[in-house]
Design a protein around this ligand. Structure first.
Ligand SMILES: Cc1ncc(COP(=O)(O)O)c(C=O)c1O
Length: 394
């Protein structure tokens, strides 16, 4: 049976990580894989997570099965974190625990197929590399719409709206709720409102991928798009991830939220999505979900978590400003100020694949071929070296 298979290339971003590990240059800089790093290059366990985990271990009494919806406490609290605790939308939504944000996206794909097997999923151009592969692997057609204006390093909103006008009822439009990966270019509140109007008029269903709540402007501000769309549209799909904002990458915790026209439909969705989960993995892992449930259920741990999240967010903002300052101090050929107007861990530096190759081969500076940088890989020790290297390849 297996003789028909051929080896597949490794994921390019993970491949970059391997190449970085092997590089003996003491000045090497890793701006590749999308994990948060401290000034000393570590991705530590957040204090709130460590405390909640200890509490979980001390109080857990059983490892018996849970339902296909996962951890009920987590599902409830996560929906409140996204929409706000008093939002009437809570009465017409259903949230289930999933294995990470990726698992939530795959569950969304399976749900879309059950509702509308011929649906096309429209993704931003560019988007997180795994979006296209994941939806295609689930058997859906994936197409992209204009999103990022490379010349001006911002959202091409007019182009995006023009493209979306042609999308038929029943198709799904995926948008990043905040901290667009890979560009860092997000919609303004006015743009979210205009997008909602168009979705209402055209009848397509938005699917919001929120992998970075709290990494952009703040927990509340980053949720503006999901809240506005949920409040103004009858239906919405939303995926979230605990990998980044709780730093629980390897615990695989995320959620799929389905907003329906009314509570009765939300209950039907709950039964359908649990049936989907039962057929794929039966039930999600809940260790990470239980930890988040403990944090969000405790005023003290919530405050600590929010403080740690604010520190991560602040550090990324500062690094954006630092890089721009260093680059502008060395040259005036290219304006990099757009980097400070973008959000989350990523931005395109805006150089060619050839220049990216030179950065890697001549200076051991690692970033994705598209020139997407993970800004969290910068620190006060490597910033000058990095800026010198970039200016040399410009
Ligand atoms: C836009 C986007 N969506 C989803 C994910 C998946 O996150 P997880 O690690 O929770 O599966 C990522 C992770 O990098 C991401 O950047």
């Amino acid at each position: 049976m297996f003789e028909s298979l051929h080896a597949l290339p490794a994921d390019p971003i993970l491949g970059l990580s391997v190449a970085y590990q092997k590089d003996g240059n003491p000045n090497k800089v890793d701006l590749g894989v999308g994990v948060y790093k401290t000034e000393t290059g570590e991705t530590p366990i957040m204090k709130a997570v460590a405390l909640a985990q200890r509490q979980r271990i001390d109080t857990e009494t059983t490892k018996t099965y849970v339902s296909s919806a996962g951890d009920a406490g987590f599902n409830d609290k996560l929906a409140k974190l996204v929409f706000g605790a008093e939002n009437p939308v809570l009465a017409r939504q259903c949230t289930v625990t999933t294995p990470g944000g990726t698992g939530a996206l795959r569950m969304a794909a399976e749900l879309i197929k059950r509702c509308h097997p011929g649906a096309t999923v429209w993704v931003t151009n560019p988007t997180w590399a795994n979006h296209t592969a994941l939806f295609q692997d689930a058997g859906l057609v994936v197409k992209s719409y204009r999103y990022f204006d490379k010349d001006n390093s911002c959202v091409d909103f007019a182009g995006m709206m023009e493209a979306l006008k042609a999308i038929p009822k029943g198709d799904v439009v995926l948008l990043h709720a905040c901290c667009h990966n890979p560009s860092g270019a997000d919609l303004s509140q006015e743009q979210w409102k205009a997008f909602a109007e168009l979705a209402k008029e055209k009848g397509f269903t938005p699917l919001l991928d929120m992998a970075y709540q709290g990494f952009g402007v703040g927990l509340e501000e980053d949720a503006f798009g999901p809240r506005y769309l949920a409040e103004t549209l009858p239906e919405l799909l939303l995926t979230t991830s605990g990998s980044k904002n709780f730093g629980m990458y390897r615990e695989r915790v995320g959620a799929l939220t389905m907003v329906a026209e009314n509570g009765t439909r939300a209950e039907i969705l709950s039964s359908v999505i649990q049936n989907v989960a039962r057929c794929i993995y039966s039930m999600p892992p809940v260790h990470g979900a239980a930890i988040i449930d403990i944090i969000l259920g405790s005023n003290e741990l919530s405050a600590l978590w929010q403080q740690e999240l604010a520190e991560m967010r602040g550090r990324i903002h500062d690094l954006r400003a630092l890089l721009v300052e260093k680059l502008h101090a060395r040259q005036d050929q290219k304006d990099f100020s757009f980097i400070t107007r973008q959000y989350g861990m990523f931005s395109f530096l805006g150089i060619s694949p050839e220049q990216v190759r030179r950065l890697k081969e001549e200076f051991s500076v690692y970033m994705v071929d598209s020139s997407r940088m993970n800004l969290a890989g910068i620190n006060h020790q490597n910033a000058d070296y990095l800026a010198d290297a970039i200016v040399k390849v410009l």
